[in-house]
Design a protein around this ligand. Sequence first.
Ligand code: GLY
Length: 371
Amino acid sequence: MTATITVDLGDRAYDILVGPGLIANAGEHLSKVLRRPKVVVVTDENVAAHHLGPLQSALEAKDISVKSFILPAGEKTKSFPQLQSLCSDLLQAGVERNDMLVALGGGVIGDLTGFAASILRRGVDFIQIPTTLLAQVDSSVGGKTGINTPEGKNLIGAFHQPQLVLADTGALKTLSTREFIAGYAEVVKYGLINDLPFFNWLEANVDKIKSGDEAARIHAITKSCQAKADIVAQDEKEGGVRALLNLGHTFGHALEAATSYTSERLVHGEGVSIGMTLAMYFSQHLGLCSGQDAQRAERHMKAAGLPTRMEEIPGELPDTDALINLMAQDKKVVDGQLTFILTKAIGESFITREIATSDLHAFLSGIRKDA
Ligand code: GLY
């Protein structure tokens, strides 16, 4: 039942394995990519409680020695102080160039560990074992690593590809419903970007995916990883087409910054869901996309249980000017001009830099009624 997808990056190509039982068989899978039988696992408190013991046993059963570091859970861990203390811990643990780090957890652990791996001794190898849906379909694949700063999300980071990704679908059983559903936003993203048949399939299968149907989950994750692998193989460093993967993220990242990355108010996937809905309605506002498609996309995200509107975020949000300023911190700003991923229809997204701030302001203040 294991699916294999290859991210085709020449001599840095690597496999993504998707299926149940991968943590239990991690010793066998890791043996193929280790240069010596030793790994350092980085994880968080929540994930460690469920998966660190089984991973450790699986590795030790294949004579791979394991040292682990357990960090606090939550987006705030993706920070300079945590990076500094992790790097010190890794150096004090004697991690060398030939060693392997293992990121066991969600996007926060994967991004932080990957970034530490990219700078430690000018670069050590790492493996991703993503345990959230969001990390399995997006953040563990493609080599984006980094941390957040008060100025914005992921503004400090590096491209550093993993050697292997093990997406154990069994791990999804330990997620809260909210966390699982938030990750589903990144699955919907692939349909909205360039795959209407996949979006149709998701509409028909969302209930199965939510209720834990293994085959439906494996199909959704495999399709998502394949879509991402294809894009990353074409444009590893986001010179062009990879920016499509940021559908909804310019709005979403601004909302995450506006809520100070507090998971009680908003988690990344929820920001992406609201952001993708805004991108669809903004496309409609600009006369690019039909209202029917925008409404259909929103209906699906609502059916999945995702928030789609800014007013669903608890607490006050900054005014429209302040939100636009947060968007201007986006990494994709070129000559002060924001990059937007807009859409002509479901499955027909495109990249544009030709959006006037006045149009964005009119759209946002119109829907927020604060013009
Ligand atoms: N999450 C978007 C990307 O990896 O490019």
